[in-house]
Write a protein that binds this ligand. Structure first.
Ligand code: NAP
Length: 322
């Protein structure tokens, strides 16, 4: 496992971090705590030291599982998130900040996360949505300052609305966020249009999320793919989307050839090929996924000629919203 700086925080984070949404269960209906805990432990044994969770993942269940592992490995760096009070994703335009990030809500959510995580300080607290309308508002600024002064959080960041990397450019320029977390993968290459370069210039850490497009970029999504009835991926991969994904993935696999050991390997190394990226955080509830993904860090960036050809595989769409 290799390590990179998480921007100006100075924290050394593993290139492959742990995306802890799936282990919270509920929306990911096939999660099993025992397997998830084994996967987390295995990841840490392979050098992973950064875990991304959120207040809402399984209504705190993900934070509880992370807490169990963090207790045994207190040096792991944990990031969590404050949801909007209106529980809407993505943040909607023209909704007042009082409905999303009032000061007291941000303080209360942080207190609950501190309890669930079993820590006195959160390494990285992130706003779970962002609307450019909030930029001049005092609420989130005041909450950030009070949480930092009270020592309840060490660093503060933002998780960007799905497929909207441009929406945080002004926020990054304020100097008030230490990190941005953004969808970045072979299909959604848009953070490379300017956001990651800006973050690099201003020394803001970049956390690349959804490197596998929720499974599309692992090769697991084919026509006929089945999930548990209550699993949210039934919506994400509804209708003819599995066929669309599969057609793209077959072309992609031909393009990659033997330049990577597998499609997931190429997908992770694609993210890590951008030097602005500090860590990529795949969801990986199975120890076998962990084993494969942690090995990708050691293989380094993808070859430059392949990166150039991958530009043609960009796919602009939003399966979350539609
Ligand atoms: N708004 C936000 O802030 C937001 C939104 C989405 C995600 N996130 C963060 O980003 C993280 C990553 O996104 P994600 O978990 O939604 O999706 P993802 O990382 O794009 O994909 C996760 C899927 O890939 C599978 N997988 C992982 N490694 C594999 C491998 N080597 N071979 C085959 N399959 C493999 C996982 O299977 P198994 O789990 O069964 O191993 C899981 O089904 C989240 O966990 C969360 O921390 C944040």
């Amino acid at each position: 496992m290799r390590y990179r700086k998480l921007g100006r925080t100075g924290l050394e984070v593993s290139e492959v971090g742990y995306g802890a949404w799936g282990i919270g269960g509920v929306m990911w209906a096939d999660s099993e705590d025992e397997t998830s805990l084994k996967a987390l432990e295995h990841a840490i044994s392979l050098g992973l030291n950064f875990i991304d969770t959120a207040y809402v993942y399984g209504d705190g269940h993900s934070e509880e599982l992370v807490a169990k592992v963090h207790k045994r490995h207190p040096k792991t760096i944990v990031a969590t998130k404050i949801p909007g009070k209106n529980m809407r994703w993505p943040a909607q335009p023209n909704v007042p900040i009082q409905d999303v990030f009032p000061v007291q809500w941000m303080l209360d959510c942080t207190d609950r996360s501190l309890k669930k995580l079993g820590v006195e300080q959160i390494d990285l607290q992130q706003m779970h949505v962002w609307s450019p309308d909030f930029i001049h508002n005092d609420e989130w600024r005041e909450a950030r300052e009070r949480l930092m002064k009270a020592g309840k959080i060490r660093f503060f960041g933002v998780s960007v609305n799905d497929h909207q990397p441009q929406s945080v450019m002004e926020l990054v320029k304020t100097g008030l966020v230490d990190t941005v977390q953004v969808i970045y993968n072979i299909f959604d290459q848009s953070p490379g249009d300017g956001l990651t370069a800006l973050c690099r210039e201003l020394n803001v850490g970049v956390i690349a999320r959804c490197p596998f497009d929720e499974g599309g970029l692992t090769g697991a999504i084919k026509p006929g793919v089945k999930f548990e009835p209550s699993d949210w991926r039934n919506r994400y991969f509804s209708g003819d989307r599995p066929q669309q994904v599969w057609d793209r993935v077959q072309k992609l696999q031909k393009e990659i050839g033997d330049a990577a050991v597998s499609l997931p390997d190429a997908a992770l190394r694609y993210c890590l090929s951008d030097p602005a990226v500090s860590t990529v955080i795949p969801g990986m509830r199975r120890p076998s996924s962990v084993e494969q993904n942690c090995a990708s860090s050691d293989r380094g960036p993808l070859p430059k000629d392949l990166l150039a050809r991958l530009k043609a595989h960009r796919w602009e769409r939003n399966f979350y919203g539609a």
